[in-house]
Design a protein around this ligand. Structure first.
Ligand code: NAD
Ligand code: GLY
Length: 362
């Protein structure tokens, strides 16, 4: 199938290419966007075993000198410890300002490599080779980079746009159902916030049937990236419209925190968050009747309609740390209908009251 190309015009202009087989030919694509002599590939151990050799030889075949840094997979590696190791590795390998980093992996690899590229030598170029569904539809595009602190996720970061994003959708064949489903949480989010057409398409599949329909999946990934591109172009630095991408995330982050970031995956937590806020919105006349039921059904098709222990009232307190809180008010993202979202600024107290009331009647 033909490759899909989506161009992002933000503080940097770059292409996102989507299709099968891209990793094997990544050298040529990388050559087109950098004059670097050396490339530092950053990846995790799982992805390295699957795709490290393919990528290194594809890059070397175009004449690049390539070094590779591999860290243990998982969110716990998105830390300042790993970051310091990456900086030292770049220094030991004499990576200069005209060289380039290559992030090969999921959102953890992409976020930390992006932050290393934003900070090493006050900034060098980087390229994203995302290998999870979540990274292909979300984290590799838009330039948010970060590491976690003990106090919370993504607390230190920078905006740094990549020079190129290559979404090789063949890599999704090796992804576990668990992480595929996790990415589907974000895919459904795009339908909810911006596209009834995408949402309707998602209602026609299950995890199994969508994984088998490669062309449809490539097309769905391209629809998500197009939505993300449009939002990022309108608000690169996250002061307005970009907050829509956080639909379900305020409560989702509180759920992740409740389970100490280990008992529930991000996509599942966000899915519960989308369901909770939509039920509240519908009860308060903000969302059209039936919006909640349709969302819940769609989540169910993908194994994402799950229950969590904490009530909305219990989760409300943790929302105080949300990045969308400004003093005494908080920006809540609500969908008034499938495909139609808005930012609702509310006094924190009114938000608490709304969640507590919804908990009582749940
Ligand atoms: P991840 O990077 O931990 O990858 C999930 C797991 O899948 C890992 O164990 C990894 O080794 C493995 N894996 C990756 N590709 C694989 C493949 N093709 N086949 C088999 N296994 C593979 O997690 P993720 O879900 O990709 O990303 C989550 C991270 O993304 C979080 O840190 C989150 O904060 C961040 N994120 C960032 C943004 C952003 O805009 N920057 C947006 C959303 C999420
Ligand atoms: N994933 C949210 C954002 O990029 O803004």
């Amino acid at each position: 199938m033909a490759l899909k190309k989506i161009t992002v015009t933000a503080s940097g202009i770059y292409d996102v290419l989507i299709g099968g087989g891209l990793l094997r030919f990544c050298g040529g694509y990388v050559k087109n966007v950098t004059n670097a002599e050396k490339l530092a590939v950053i990846t995790d151990d799982t992805v390295d075993k699957l795709y490290g050799d393919i990528v290194v030889s594809a890059l070397e075949s175009e004449g690049f000198s390539v070094c590779k840094f591999v860290f243990p997979h998982g969110e716990q590696s998105k830390s300042t410890d790993t970051l310091v190791k990456i900086w030292n590795f770049l220094c030991e390998n004499n990576i200069s300002r005209s060289d380039c980093l290559v992030a090969l992996g999921g959102g953890v690899v992409g976020d930390i490599t992006g932050f290393a590229s934003a900070t090493y030598l006050r900034g060098i170029d980087f390229i994203q080779l995302p290998t999870t569904l979540l990274a292909q539809v979300d984290s590799s595009v838009g330039g948010k980079t970060a590491v976690d602190l003990e106090g919370g996720k993504n607390l230190v970061g920078a905006f740094k746009q990549p020079k190129l994003v290559l979404c090789d959708t063949d890599t999704l064949d090796t992804l576990s159902d668990e992480f595929f489903i996790d990415g589907m949480g974000e895919v459904i989010k795009y339908g909810m916030i911006k596209s009834e057409a995408l949402f309707s398409e998602l209602e026609q599949y299950t995890v199994e049937s969508l994984r088998k329909s490669k062309n449809a999946l490539d097309d769905i990934i391209a629809q998500c990236v197009t939505i993300k591109r449009d939002v990022v172009e309108a608000d690169e630095f996250d002061t307005g419209e970009r907050m829509l991408l956080n639909f379900g995330h305020t409560l989702g982050h509180s759920i992740e925190q409740y389970y100490n970031y280990t008992g529930i995956t991000h996509g599942k937590a966000v899915s519960v968050g989308m369901k909770m806020i939509t039920s509240v919105a519908e009860k308060n006349g903000i969302a059209e009747p039936g919006t909640y039921a349709r969302l819940k059904n769609c989540l169910d098709y993908y194994g994402l309609d799950i229950e969590v222990e904490p009530s909305m009232a219990q989760l409300a307190g943790a929302c105080l740390n949300d990045k969308k809180r400004f003093g005494e008010s908080i920006n809540i993202i609500v969908c008034c209908d499938i495909g139609a979202s808005m930012i609702k600024k509310m006094p924190v107290e009114a938000f608490f009251a709304m969640l507590s009331e919804a908990s009582d009647t749940h």
